[in-house]
Write a protein that binds this ligand. Structure first.
Ligand SMILES: O=C([O-])CC(=O)C(=O)O
Ligand SMILES: [Mg+2]
Length: 596
């Protein structure tokens, strides 16, 4: 197709003639590019496409006049329903399903044929819809993905056998202007382990939130599963599993594959195409981040996104306890990506309060499956990341004893061990601090270290609580508590929006402290009083993501990592002008006023 396609004349709603290669027939490739999202770069639209392509379809909202002008009159029932009316009608249908997974399947199908309605529903019913398109339901969806699979799940799958051809496969994705990729190797999906390519539900869900919570245009987004095989016996033995039924490829071959993938993305979509690493196994997650952070535009959501939201939660808690972070002792239960990332960002936040790194680290203790991480631990198993928090102390195995002995005022769980915060531990926390901070971050809900109800109950309503997956409000002694949801979804959409709007070339660690500080300031006094450390979910799109994006942009221009110039002077307006709009645009906007 002619690269100067922009110089075109549109004759009728379905005809396009390029002024450079006049009358050249439209190629298959052009038609192919409309397959997933419909045409974006030009008006190659046949009337019937208005019903077929998810980004052009307004369903029953086409007016009678539009239907006639487009030649689709009669193809829809006669009633015209505005998008808002369709939202209400669709919500009734969603609510009529009994199980969340049935709702999920219905919603995914909706997303594949009526994009505006899908996003408008999430925008209008964020609190109800997020647990369905995201955690916890997406966890169940990943466990069942191969069994649920339908061709309307749009994503790219690249296997280890495609090594040497990754660029060609990226070229097969029919949309040209991809600006953000969420990629997983499926090895550590939420807290439910290796799901192989079935983990693709996570990149799909995360990118839905890019649009739903930050207004990043859907066609900029590309979900990818890399198939290295899987070590899940259940998947390997499942005849319906749709990924490669081989054990995970590791070592040099895997490293080379990742190198090729990163280079190919930059070549295909440009060096500012953002790559969000998601739910990658511990070993590779740290390695990839270290290797690529200064070379490509990328970040790891589980290490860095989770750290930003959790440190924001801690900083917001300090607004309640009126203390500094350094005045606290923090015990982390679980020493994987999430907790290591949070711990490192806590060190940065404490240093900003004016102490040296050594003093900051001395306030942080880590616990893994073998117990307290101490120097020269006889049971061993201390990686470089854990070593940075290993202190001189005698080894202790049980969390009960650790909480009694170390006396943390903050207890953070990201260990995927449900029930790890026992009633005894929760009670002990009230001995350690007047207002103990207890974050049970493991996802989905079934993996949470304790429930919100138990946290409030066993601390007599004294704790400041947050969880990774949502819990309903809790009533205790006549008071209602609204548990905070400390999930990276509060910040990764806004971070991505800021990165895209400034065209960041690389994403440095400081970004995440900037984001944490920004988010910590967004909850108002009433939110804090209710127990919630963050603004309500339904304020994410209009307020939280835009403010986070602004903070990221300011940082990018200060650091010289932005590539969009000139720097926009009014960043909020700039950001808003680039956001996806869930309202209908006029179909025939041009009116000729001259006399016939
Ligand atoms: O997806 C979520 O809910 C949060 C997250 O990144 C994880 O648990 O891996
Ligand atoms: Mg994750």
């Amino acid at each position: 197709m002619c690269s100067k396609f922009k110089n075109c004349t549109i004759y009728q709603s379905f005809q396009i003639v390029c002024s450079v290669c006049v009358n050249k027939p439209v190629t298959c490739k052009t038609l192919l590019s409309t397959y997933f999202h419909g045409p974006h770069n030009f008006s190659l639209t046949r009337s019937i496409d208005r019903l077929h392509y998810p980004n052009l379809n307004y369903g029953l909202a086409f007016s009678i006049e539009d239907r006639q002008a487009l030649g689709i009159h009669g193809l829809l029932p006669p009633r015209v329903l505005s998008l808002q009316e369709q939202v209400e009608q669709t919500m009734k249908q969603i609510r009529s399903y009994k199980t969340d997974i049935e709702k999920y399947v219905y919603i995914m199908e909706l997303a594949s044929h009526h994009e505006k309605l899908f996003y408008k529903i999430i925008k209008s019913y964020t609190v109800e819809m997020l647990p369905l398109v995201y955690t916890p339901t997406v966890g169940t969806a990943c466990q069942m993905f191969s069994h649920l699979y339908k061709s309307y799940f749009k994503a790219l799958f690249i296997t280890i056998y495609d090594k040497g051809h990754i660029y060609e496969i990226l070229k097969n994705w029919p949309v040209q202007d991809v600006k953000a990729i969420v990629v997983t190797d499926g090895e550590r999906i939420l807290g439910i382990g290796d799901q192989g390519i079935d983990g693709i539900g996570i990149p799909i869900g995360k990118l839905f939130l890019y649009t739903a919570l930050a207004g990043i245009k859907p066609h900029f987004c590309l979900p990818i599963a890399l198939d290295f095989g899987t070590n899940s016996e259940a998947k390997l033995n499942d005849p319906l599993y749709l990924g490669l039924r081989i054990k995970r490829t590791e070592g040099k071959e895997c490293d080379e594959f990742w190198d090729e993938f990163m280079q190919s993305v930059a070549e295909r979509f440009g060096s500012t195409c953002l790559i969000q690493f998601e739910d990658i196994g511990n070993k590779n997650a740290f390695k990839l981040l270290e290797k690529y952070q200064n070379l490509y535009c990328c970040f790891n959501d589980d290490i860095q996104g989770t750290s930003a939201v959790t440190v924001a939660g801690l900083l917001a808690s300090l607004r309640i306890t009126k203390k500094k972070l350094i005045d606290n002792v923090i015990v982390f239960h679980g020493a994987g990506e999430a907790n290591i990332g949070i711990a490192e960002l806590c060190v940065d936040a404490m240093r900003k309060e004016g102490v040296c790194e050594e003093e900051a680290r001395s306030k942080i203790w880590m616990v893994d499956s073998k117990g307290l991480i101490v120097k020269n631990r006889p049971s061993g198993g201390i990686t470089i990341q854990k070593e940075a928090f290993a202190h001189e102390h005698s080894p202790i195995e049980s969390l009960d004893e650790i909480v009694r002995e170390i006396k943390p005022s903050v207890l953070i769980g990201a260990s995927s061990t449900p029930g790890a915060f026992s009633p005894g531990i929760l009670k002990q926390m009230t001995e350690n601090a007047e207002r103990p901070i207890i974050f049970a971050l493991s996802n989905p809900t079934s993996r949470s270290e304790c429930t919100a109800e138990d946290a409030y109950k066993y601390t007599d309503g004294k704790c400041i609580f947050a969880s990774g997956s949502p819990f309903p409000p809790v009533e205790l002694n006549g008071k209602k508590f609204y548990p905070a949801q400390s999930n990276n979804s509060y910040c990764f959409p806004g971070i991505a929006l800021g990165i895209l709007c400034s065209g960041m070339k690389t994403v440095d660690d400081e970004v995440f402290l900037v984001v944490a500080e920004c988010l910590a300031g967004l909850a108002d006094e009433k939110d804090l009083e209710n127990g919630s450390l963050f603004p309500p979910l339904d304020r994410i799109i209009d307020m939280v993501s835009v403010r986070i994006a602004q903070a990221v942009m300011n940082h990018a221009y200060r650091k010289g990592s932005a590539s969009v110039y000139p720097e926009p002077c009014d960043k909020i307006s700039y950001i808003k002008n680039h956001q996806y709009n869930t309202e209908m645009s006029k179909i025939f906007p041009i009116k000729y006023n001259y006399p016939c």
